[in-house]
Design a protein around this ligand. Structure first.
Ligand SMILES: Cc1cc2nc3c(=O)[nH]c(=O)nc-3n(C[C@H](O)[C@H](O)[C@H](O)COP(=O)(O)OP(=O)(O)OC[C@H]3O[C@@H](n4cnc5c(N)ncnc54)[C@H](O)[C@@H]3O)c2cc1C
Length: 371
């Protein structure tokens, strides 16, 4: 199931693990979160082994909507209501800081052009106003917006990126920096200091599990807290007209689209339309959600034919907050970003490494204490 991001991308190949190995840190899951942790660990002088059950960035990190959004999955006013103003403000600022680090690490893949939240109806317009008010009160950049896409808010610090190219850059950097990386190597069990895979055992002082959509498969102790969700997208051939200079999300972020620099439109959403059938880690597209996306692009006046359709899985929590937890001594689990893990995943991957290498991470404390 190729995606729009696969066009022209050169995925590096890594062999499976075939023998026992040791390292300071073993990272399980080489998406954006795990790869950020790998590079952070190398920068701090740790030896690192990274394994992935499939292709590197073959799951959500290489197949997502490409939005870079500040904050956690809850809109800022909802986060304030949920967590209190101080904590919500701290988390939002952490994600802004992380976006700067992401830009610095992979500048060619990132465009900080701003992003739109457009109201789908009058209720959502009221919610946009609350969203705006909460950001203003905390001194974060936001503007009310009224334009061809509709009415809502513009968040100038948001942006877009090429998720697969970014992951490839992170992989290349990690490999050049001395990380041992293995593809097609599934972690079968994880316990303190030991990861078992089909053809080799990894001993590591610390272990990071960064497998978002499959968290509860490998770590059944998280089953009560997280559940898998499939998200689906499609993309069109290039549209000749530049219709969407900024990425858009709407319907309380159920639906989202952007026009890529080559004119292609990529759109995702309709998870709610698919219903409980979408609460799965089975990676396949369905006619219910894809038909919804087809209607959505027609409604936007897009006539270019569909070129790619795809799905990938993530995890959600009932609380709407991500998982940042030490699940056994020196075994850290991150994920369940509730569909917005591009920035928070990188932030938490980096935070775990800071914690294991210095004994303390304010970011880790901020996130792990709210769960
Ligand atoms: C269609 C879609 C659109 C999205 N759009 C956005 C967006 O616009 N903005 C945003 O912020 N977020 C978005 N998300 C969410 C975001 O993509 C994810 O939260 C994020 O990519 C998670 O990255 P990760 O590295 O933690 O996990 P993943 O990218 O899922 O990587 C985990 C890796 O772990 C591997 N793995 C799984 N089990 C094992 C195992 N047992 N052993 C070894 N390896 C294993 C997998 O093969 C995978 O490569 C979207 C997600 C989807 C699916």
């Amino acid at each position: 199931m190729k995606t729009v991001w696969d066009i022209g991308a050169q995925r590096p190949n890594f062999v499976p693990l075939q023998e026992d190995r040791t390292a300071d840190l073993c990272v399980i899951g080489l998406g954006g979160s795990g790869l950020t942790a790998v590079n952070e660990a190398l920068a701090r002088g740790l030896s690192v082994i990274g394994i992935d059950a499939g292709e590197i960035a073959g799951e959500a990190a290489g197949r997502n909507g490409g939005f870079l959004l500040a904050g956690i999955a809850d809109f800022h006013h909802d986060a304030v209501a949920h967590l209190g103003r101080d904590k919500a403000r701290a988390l939002y600022q952490r994600t802004l800081d992380e976006m700067l680090l992401m830009e610095r690490a992979t500048p060619a893949s990132i465009r900080r052009i701003g992003g739109l939240r457009i109201a789908f109806d009058d209720d959502e317009l009221l919610d946009c106003q609350k969203h705006f008010d909460a950001l203003i009160l905390d001194g974060f950049p936001v503007e009310m917006y009224d334009g061809p896409e509709g009415r809502g808010i513009l968040i100038p610090t948001d942006g877009v990126f090429h998720p697969l190219n970014r992951a490839i850059s992170l992989v290349e950097h990690a490999a050049a920096g001395g990380a041992e990386l293995y593809a097609q190597t599934r972690a079968l069990t994880v316990e303190s200091n030991v990861v078992r895979t089909p053809h080799g055992r990894i001993e590591a002082k610390s272990i990071l599990v960064a497998i978002d959509g499959n968290l509860s498969v490998l770590l059944p102790q998280l089953k009560d807290d997280v559940y898998p969700v499939r998200l689906q997208m499609l993309s069109t051939a290039p549209e000749t007209t530049k219709r969407f200079p900024l990425p858009v999300y709407t319907r309380s972020a159920y639906d989202y689209w952007q026009q890529l620099p080559d004119g292609r439109i990529s759109i995702g959403g309709g998870r709610d339309v698919g219903g409980v059938e979408e609460n799965t880690n089975e990676v396949r597209i369905t006619s219910t959600v894809q038909n919804f996306l087809d209607e959505r692009i027609k409604g936007l006046g897009i006539t270019a034919p569909v070129e790619h359709r795809w799905a990938a899985t993530v995890s959600y929590t009932k609380s709407g907050l991500p998982i940042a937890r030490e699940v056994a001594a020196d075994v850290y689990a991150i994920g369940a970003y509730c569909g917005t893990g591009n920035v928070v995943g990188a932030l938490l991957g980096r935070a775990v490494v800071e914690k294991i290498s210095t004994g303390k991470s304010d970011v880790w404390s901020d996130f792990s204490e709210v769960i």
